[in-house]
Ligand binder design. Structure first.
Ligand code: MG
Length: 374
């Protein structure tokens, strides 16, 4: 552990948990949160949930579990460089995708559409709902009873209408204040991780090519560097060497530019951080290059016709599952039938959001295929 900066989050000064607990004898509050997240059911399910590629498409692609581990690794490294709290960043990183539906964004958009008249569906809010309410493991409380700082980090975006209903963690969206630097940097680690692993997975799948990517400055510059140093390198290593240099370019720039922002604003405490504009960020030059990379991926990978075909199927599965359960709550497992008595649509959404890709596919078959064994 590094020596903590005065403006880092400190577990002993945490704004606390909803349900008071005795401190752990061996771990600080953020370490304990991290451990609770790792032991949660939702965390284990990340193994079979995907972002771009559906889980059964191949064993080499990232899943939400490996993505979350990559985010945690990067976030921890950035936190250490900036003397921020590593355990807090790790806890936020490991929990940040817990609320994702099966089938990545296609699944989330479909579920949001189904929930349009019932308050909508948003994965950040759902991640918070998982750790606050849906995990049922502890005798004294529902959820994982995490510290404010981890919950604040999980909720990276939030519409005002939702923020008003959330109490403590919603307040900053109403006040327009900033979260901890640990939360800010984990957000960037998430973005660096997925942009770069989508390039890697995209190239491996053949949906995008090195030739196409050569028009993206961030990729082209690093590719040229690798090629000049290792002219005979085979393609697999060439891609990896290029991607790792891209990640390094982004991480080093983020650390350097953020450190400059911190020096400029001289925060003395986490209270100062909350009042200041966000201090974690890229330089304008790298921010522009990173944006180009995102635009490239949106156009060439996320909207590739083969991805669109899978997304359309995924959306149909989610829509039909929602309609089927909503029409007849008797088809839901017993505990969801109990919550459906309070809020039918939300109970159905919680059930579907908790599914892995393969579970959703099987559940759809069980509901709609007469021959399927129940
Ligand atoms: Mg993520």
């Amino acid at each position: 552990m590094n020596s903590l900066a005065p403006y880092a989050a400190h577990p002993a000064q945490s704004l606390g948990r909803h349900f008071d607990e005795l401190p752990s004898e061996t771990r600080n509050a953020f370490q304990r949160d991290r451990d609770r997240i790792i032991h949660s059911t939702a965390f284990r399910r990340l193994e079979y949930k995907t972002q771009v590629f559906v889980n059964h498409e191949g064993d080499l692609f990232r899943t939400r579990l490996t993505h979350s581990l990559e985010v945690a690794q990067m976030a921890r490294g950035i936190a250490r460089t900036l003397n921020l709290h590593e355990d807090l960043t790790e806890a936020i990183a490991l929990a940040h995708d817990l609320g994702h539906t099966p089938f990545g964004h296609a699944g989330q958009d479909a579920l949001n559409e189904c929930m349009r008249d019932f308050g909508g569906f948003e994965h950040n809010l759902q991640s918070l709902r998982v750790v606050d309410q849906l995990e049922l493991r502890y005798a004294d409380f529902d959820g994982l009873n995490l510290t404010f700082e981890v919950r604040e980090g999980i909720l990276k975006h939030c519409a005002i209408k939702h923020a008003k209903l959330l109490g403590d963690v919603g307040q900053r969206f109403l006040d327009k204040t900033s979260p901890s630097l640990e939360a800010q940097l984990t957000n960037y680690a998430d973005e660096i991780a997925y942009n770069n692993h989508d390039i890697d997975d995209g190239l491996r799948s053949g949906l995008i090519t090195i030739e196409q990517l050569s028009k993206v400055e961030l990729f082209a510059k690093n590719l040229a560097e690798v090629k000049s140093k290792y002219p005979a390198l085979e393609q697999k290593r060439l891609i990896h060497e290029t991607v790792r240099r891209m990640i390094n370019t982004l991480v080093v720039d983020l650390c350097t530019h953020s450190a400059q922002n911190i020096t400029q604003h001289q925060p003395q405490s986490i209270a100062d951080i909350r009042k200041l504009p966000p201090l974690i960020g890229f330089s304008s030059e790298i921010a522009a290059q990173n944006l180009k990379l995102k635009q490239f991926l949106r156009k060439n990978l996320y909207q590739h016709y083969k991805v669109n075909r899978m997304s359309a199927k995924a959306a149909r599965i989610v829509r039909e599952l929602f309609a089927g359960f909503f029409e007849n709550v008797g088809l839901l497992p017993n505990d969801f039938q109990v919550s459906a008595e309070i809020d039918k649509a939300r109970a159905v959404a919680d059930y579907i959001a908790g599914m892995t890709d393969r579970f959703a596919i099987r559940e759809h078959r069980k509901l709609f295929t007469v021959e399927e064994y129940l």
